[in-house]
Design a protein around this ligand. Sequence first.
Ligand code: VGL
Ligand code: ZN
Length: 201
Amino acid sequence: METTGALVAIDVQNDFCPGGALAVAGGDTVVPRVNALMASFPVVVLTQDWHPSDHASFAANHPDAEPFSVKPMPYGPQVMWPVHCVQDTPGAAFHPDLDTGRAHLVVRKGFRPAIDSYSAFFENDRTTPTGLEGYLRSRGVDTVTFAGLATDFCVAWSALDAVRLGFSVTVLEGACRAIDLDGSLAAAREKMLAAGVMLEP
Ligand code: VGL
Ligand code: ZN
């Protein structure tokens, strides 16, 4: 099979845009760029953060957790997020201007109550797969380009997993926006560069 490239647009959802429950500054500004990118990739995938209301990543579901604090979980440290992207709520919907009709596949993640899933490929235990690897491989994809929200969490974790799986990986930073919690953007950029992720504007 001929190899090809995929665009994976991460979590361009209302709750990550201004006015949303976990708003990323300028999150909505990536939408026109992502729409334009979709037209130029042979394989187009969207991801959707998709949590049950009793999700363990929500500070509100722990008696002692402040939002944005970090709690140890069986699979590692977990940021306690505000309630966001609850299944079937408007906050979990894609941004209304996102050209979702161009997507070939929508990957939902974070639907298991006990574990978060930043990456499009694996849950935060880094072993439970979402199925995206198999989809991309069976479509002949060898290079993956990432855009979306947020640069320092779901985009970075996805890009790092993609490199680990052997894909050639680019993150279009101008088509992403970051949460930047306690230096998390700088840390994520360094990790991505060290792993061989190409960071492009
Ligand atoms: C994300 C925090 C919690 C993201 C998702 O899409 O980057 N961040 N859930
Ligand atoms: Zn989430």
